[in-house]
Design a protein around this ligand. Structure first.
Ligand SMILES: NC(=O)c1ccc[n+]([C@@H]2O[C@H](COP(=O)([O-])OP(=O)(O)OC[C@H]3O[C@@H](n4cnc5c(N)ncnc54)[C@H](OP(=O)(O)O)[C@@H]3O)[C@@H](O)[C@H]2O)c1
Length: 282
């Protein structure tokens, strides 16, 4: 019996998978592309190929499930996966990564509906509600490198970005101890910082002065599909209005250590702000 990790080729799922391998497990990964999974994890994983619309065929021999779904309709896939896990019977602990302690903001409502679907399925669960990821800051690299500028609609608002390593550590702890079943773990970074402070830390690491340019919600709106673009503008507005500045002790309570600092993330990822092109980073 092993753990099935969804989203294993992505940011958090890949870290969760690697941690399980490092513990001596051989997790199963549920992926769309076997080649990418093999490239990332070699023979350290068992590969099960499919789409998150239906994971029912991938649950044989699975004890625990790390479930990561995205998008405005993620509740549909959360519900299907939770019901499949419940029907498979072998999965006493469905684990879901869920966003946003402030569940009314941005992508929060999508995840709130997903959590509700998982609860209604009756499968045991732990929800992980992470604050915004430090790795989002990689999207700043392009204008910082080319123009020495960060354009943002977040004003003087603060947010405690979380290091993806912290999310993965919390997820693996929850998966392997089941100490948090039935709970929603609300986790954030160590300190709430303004975008100005984070841009200045990032600039300092690459020997550059970065100028912050305030822009309107309208100008900040990215050229993504409308639901994502709306969600991001909503999050940045909430930051500006001081509604996402909360710092929790979630990481400390689960892991017995403080969250990783933004300075550490910058040290690890400074290369992405020097090189041309983009990197996903940690
Ligand atoms: N970024 C933030 O600040 C933030 C904050 C809180 C919560 N969150 C939540 O965290 C999650 C994103 O985590 P992440 O950054 O680790 O994700 P990510 O790097 O974007 O990776 C998404 C993963 O899901 C897989 N996937 C997507 N659609 C799939 C499908 N239909 N079938 C099978 N696999 C599929 C992708 O596989 P492929 O490689 O095949 O594409 C990839 O492995 C979302 O739920 C988001 O709302 C994000």
């Amino acid at each position: 019996m092993t753990c099935l990790v969804t989203g294993a080729t992505g940011n958090v799922g890949s870290l969760v998978t690697q941690r399980l391998i490092d513990r001596g497990d051989r997790p199963a990964v549920f992926v769309r592309d076997a080649k990418t999974a093999r490239r990332l994890f070699g023979d350290g994983v068992e590969i099960r190929v499919g789409d998150l619309a239906d994971i029912s065929g991938a649950l044989d021999g699975i004890r625990d499930l790390f479930l990561l779904n995205s998008g405005p309709d993620l509740e549909v896939r959360d519900r299907a996966a939770a019901l499949a896990a419940k029907a498979a019977g072998g999965a006493p602990s469905g684990q879901a990564l869920h966003a946003g302690r402030e569940q009314r903001v941005g992508t929060g409502p999508w995840h709130a509906r997903g959590e509700q679907a998982v609860r209604e399925s009756g499968v045991p669960f732990t929800f992980i509600r992470a604050s915004a990821f430090m790795s989002n800051a990689l999207s700043w690299a392009y204008t910082m490198k080319r123009e020495g500028v960060l354009r943002t609609s977040t004003g003087r608002g603060k947010i405690a970005f979380i290091h993806p390593d912290d999310i993965a550590d919390v997820a693996v702890k929850a998966l392997t101890t089941r100490a948090h079943q039935g709970k929603a773990l609300v986790i954030t970074g160590r300190r709430a910082l303004t975008y100005r402070a984070m841009a200045s830390k990032t600039g300092a690491a690459i020997g550059k002065t970065v100028r912050l340019e305030g822009i309107s919600d309208e100008d900040a709106r990215p050229d993504f599909e409308p639901a994502y673009a709306d969600a991001l503008v909503d999050i940045w507005r909430a930051i500006r209005e001081g509604r996402l500045a909360t710092v929790t002790d979630g990481v400390q309570r689960v892991l017995g250590r403080k969250p990783v600092t933004f300075d550490r993330w910058v040290e690890e990822n400074a290369g992405a702000f020097r090189r041309s092109g983009t990197t996903r980073g940690k």
